[in-house]
Design a binder for this molecule. Structure first.
Ligand code: F6R
Length: 256
């Protein structure tokens, strides 16, 4: 079962997440991080930047990238990762990869990305957000639980949700490259964050619902080491919230 940690704010969630990253990097300075984009990881990046760690040897793999945006577009995930994570955290840009950024054709980009991840020995810690459709990465409903990095078509819900980053809905790409659910499940530790009411149903489905490709986030239930860090609003539809709080408050010394 995922460990579910319910915290009062996104800021405290970011601080706890930063503790997981800091411990990993202390142990392994060239750790491999899986990087999410969007609003959700921002408190984590802020908390990590405040720790002023040496992350220059850390390797990174973004979850996904839009197809069709020109290089350097402010909302391409290469640009977003550079602006929001690489620069503030002191990551080394050449060690951080985004699907499709190897200069090759889109056809085959998924297999090449899988090979690049495998060549590092795999992702140690995968940071995840979740969409209102239940997607992790851009694995929209119907995605195979064993899927690898590939091209996906975004749902209209996801395009609407992401339109806030663009001038208009028409500017939001319809396609993306995304790590698959199988790719995500190969990471050694999953760290899923969610904040706000709009994520409550997706979080309840991911943590407590049946495992189903109809709610791709539920794939986390197949993984042996998952930490779900949510605020009260995102936790509001969890049936076993009291138990999760009790388990976290009473965790054993070696788990702290
Ligand atoms: C982003 C990603 C997506 C987002 C999700 C939530 O790289 O893979 O799964 O995590 O769409 O987006 P925000 O955080 O903007 O609500």
């Amino acid at each position: 079962m995922a460990e579910v940690v319910i915290l009062p704010s996104a800021v405290s969630a970011g601080e706890l997440g930063a503790e997981f990253v800091a411990r990993l990097v202390a142990d392994r300075p060239d750790a491999v991080l899986g990087l999410a984009t969007g609003s959700t990881p921002l408190p984590l990046w802020t908390a990590l930047a405040a720790r002023d760690l040496d992350l220059s040897r850390v390797r990174g793999f973004a979850l996904d990238e839009y197809i069709g945006l020109p290089a350097g577009h402010p909302q391409s995930y290469r640009t977003v990762i550079t602006r929001e994570a690489v620069e503030p955290l002191g990551l080394t840009a050449a060690l951080v990869h985004v699907p499709g950024d190897d200069g090759g054709p889109v056809e085959g980009a998924g297999a090449r990305y899988e090979a690049a991840i495998a060549a590092t020995g795999g992702v140690d810690l995968q940071v995840l957000g979740i969409g209102r459709t239940g997607h992790i990465g851009f694995n929209e409903p119907g995605s195979s639980l064993a899927s690898a990095t590939r091209v996906k078509t975004l749902t209209e819900q996801t395009r609407l949700d992401n339109a806030r980053f663009f001038d208009s809905l028409d500017d939001v790409p319809r396609h993306c490259l995304t790590q698959g659910l199988g790719t995500i499940l190969r990471a050694r530790h999953l760290l899923l964050f969610a904040f706000g009411d709009s994520k409550a149903a997706a979080i309840a489905g991911a943590v407590e619902g049946p495992v189903s490709s109809s709610l791709p986030g539920s794939a986390i239930q197949l993984h042996p080491l998952v930490t779900v860090i949510v605020d009260e609003a995102a936790a509001s539809q969890l049936q076993h919230a009291d138990y999760y709080r009790f388990a976290w408050d009473n965790r054993l010394d070696f788990e702290r």
